[in-house]
Ligand binder design. Structure first.
Ligand code: ATP
Length: 221
């Protein structure tokens, strides 16, 4: 396991990828993105809303809404750009295709893929996960309610890495304080009408809260 990027900077730079449904994007997503850029000295972090996400059981909001909310949520963060390639791609979207495209566009760059601990737990179900490990360093953030959440983080992480054998050096830790927010919680709060606008604003950037309200998203869940 490596926890810090090598001090040798690849000439073509360091490019991070942070994918998600972002339905909606929330404060933990923003915190994760900022921590990724700072801790891994990224030249660029590409935030990539998924198109048709093969691993999500619920129907997602329209890609145009999720893309618009991602642009609002991550607006103004230096070194970050929201990348629409997966929402433009027809059919299921796979992370490997995005990594291959970014590698072709940025020959020689070091790629970093950022995921929460819940996704790490399922990583070996990802399409072509071995090829992903060859292309990118996988950086994992602790997540509340996941197996990587508590004081035992280091020990549990090391235990989960053993299945990867010599590939375990392709994983790194992203330091992120535990934040118990999830998109599911925001959709449910909005649908039940239980949350006031103020409560939603505690969980998502203000511009996203306004967008949800304006477009009446999540009312029928
Ligand atoms: P849902 O509740 O609909 O499953 P989500 O909150 O997990 O959504 P996603 O858009 O699916 O949001 O997440 C994108 C990425 O952000 C994933 O890698 C996920 O693990 C990570 N992530 C989301 N919320 C957190 C959090 N609170 N702490 C750490 N990582 C998170």
């Amino acid at each position: 396991m490596s926890s810090q990027p090598s001090s040798v900077r690849p000439a073509a730079g360091r490019i991070g990828v942070f994918g998600g449904a972002f339905d909606p994007p929330h404060n933990a997503h923003v915190a994760l993105a900022k921590a990724a850029i700072a801790q891994f000295s990224l030249d660029t972090l590409c935030v990539v809303p998924t198109g048709h996400a093969w691993h999500k059981s619920q129907a997602l909001s329209m890609p145009a809404h999720r893309l618009a909310m991602a642009k609002l949520a991550f607006e103004g963060i230096p070194h970050l750009r929201v990348d629409d390639r997966e929402v433009q791609r027809p059919g299921p979207t796979f992370t490997i295709d995005t990594l291959l495209a970014l590698q072709a566009e940025n020959p020689g760059a070091q790629l970093y893929l950022f995921i929460g601990a819940d996704q790490f737990a399922a990583f070996r179900q990802w399409h072509r996960w071995q090829d992903i490990l060859d292309l990118a360093i996988i950086c994992i953030a602790a997540r509340a309610q996941s197996t990587l959440a508590g004081a035992q983080f280091d020990a549990q992480f090391a235990a989960q890495l053993t299945v990867y054998g010599s590939h375990s050096s392709r994983f790194a830790v992203l330091d992120l304080p535990l934040m118990s927010v999830s998109a599911t919680q925001i959709r449910q709060l909005t649908a039940s009408g239980a949350a006031t606008a103020g409560e939603i604003t505690q969980l998502v950037p203000e511009a996203v809260a306004r967008y949800i309200s304006l477009h009446q998203l999540y009312r029928s869940h």
